[in-house]
Ligand binder design. Structure first.
Ligand code: 1CP
Length: 333
């Protein structure tokens, strides 16, 4: 059995597998080397030779228990024909959203545009470097994808003032997003992904009253869909106002927590396997602090099925020695 399945499916508490969000990325010099020659980020995701190589880069260096496929949640709007670009020091920039155009896209057009992501997954899952480790496929949750498609840029800077104005458009787009997320999930699984993570990075932007409509209901549909394909599903509803209610309603196989979640409280509140939590900024301190903070999570979750990870992606300025020390700390615990 693969490491994440032991914890998620068998509820094994005798060990803690580890993988790190954004483990394939900018903190690695060998990634920056490839990125330098590939200024178009989407094209890099769609180059299956390079994206499978990037996916495996962290596993060649470190004793990680899973590979997460090098792609992006915004490959979905790209597959739907919306323009998606990544600008240096700005982040994603999306083109105008045209409902009539998007409504015309069918499954064949969509898969044709992004099928090289699936080819990369197959390459990774068959590579000897992977061995018996997991291949994690992923999608953005419907709400987070909606945010980028309507807002056309990161909501970190600001959510458009009239974001919720056109309810008709929002509801139409949400249905289209849900339909194609299922297509994307199915194809990733058929290509070799053996765990699916759903990233809801902007769940924290919503008031509690809006959670049922924009988060619980569409995410529950996706979770049930992944379960019907017999693959474990992990949800990461980052900074959501109510993790307990989310887990009670959506019932993912495991939940990934952000660094603002109190690990002792969540342990009391929910009984599904837990992942993550440690603040990525702790990796920018020193080894003693890192060991102390990582051990805090390992101690609290010692009798609970727990996958070690961070509370958000690893920061680009992270020192490789600290990254390696974290993995050793978890493995030697
Ligand atoms: O070199 C570069 O500048 C590219 C940086 C980069 C990378 C390495 C982006 C741009 N995306 C990725 C890869 C990526 N994105 C992965 C690959 C696998 C891995 O984890 O190693 C994954 C899983 C994602 C998921 C993703 N993309 C999320 C969800 C997780 C999260 O960070 O909250 C989100 C919100 C995105 C959008 C996105 N893509 C890239 C950036 C800089 C952003 C965030 C922009 C923002 O703040 O709104």
């Amino acid at each position: 059995m693969k490491p994440l399945n032991k914890v998620i499916v068998n509820k094994d508490t005798s060990f803690n597998p580890i993988w790190i969000m954004r483990q394939a990325g900018r903190y690695l010099p060998e990634f920056r080397e490839i990125r330098k020659d590939n200024p178009n980020f989407i094209n890099l995701c769609l180059n299956d030779d390079l994206s499978s190589e990037i996916t495996l880069q962290p596993l060649k260096r470190f004793d990680l228990d899973a590979a997460i496929i090098f792609s992006d949640i915004l490959i979905l709007p790209y597959g739907l024909g919306q323009k998606v670009e990544f600008e240096k020091n700005f982040g994603p920039k999306l083109g105008e959203l045209n409902l009539n155009e998007i409504a015309k896209i069918d499954e064949i057009d969509f898969v044709k545009k992004i099928h090289r992501v699936y080819k990369a997954i197959t390459k990774v899952s068959l590579d000897p470097v992977l061995g018996n480790k997991n291949t994690i496929g992923f999608v953005g949750a419907p709400w987070t994808i909606l945010v980028y498609m309507i807002n056309q840029q990161s909501p970190k800077k600001n959510l458009k003032k009239d974001f919720f104005k056109d309810k008709f458009l929002i509801n139409k787009i949400l249905l289209i997003i849900e339909k194609f997320l299922k297509v994307h999930i199915k194809n990733q699984i058929e290509s070799g992904a053996d765990v699916i993570q759903i990233f809801d990075s902007w769940a924290g932007l919503l008031d509690e009253k809006d959670l049922p409509n924009y988060i619980y209901s569409p995410t529950l549909n996706l979770v049930n869909y992944v379960k019907s394909l017999n693959v474990p599903v992990i949800c990461f509803p980052r900074e959501i106002k109510n993790y307990k209610e989310f887990c009670d309603i959506v019932k993912p196989d495991a939940v990934s927590i952000d660094y603002n979640v109190d690990p002792k409280k969540i342990l009391k509140d929910i009984n599904i396997p837990i992942q993550g939590g440690l603040d990525p900024k702790i990796l920018l301190t020193d080894k003693d602090t890192l060991k102390k903070e990582a051990s805090k999570y390992l101690d609290i979750f010692k009798d609970h099925p727990y996958i070690f990870n961070l509370g958000h992606g690893v920061l680009p300025e992270t020192d490789l020695n600290m990254f390696e020390y974290l993995i050793k700390t978890v493995k030697n615990y």
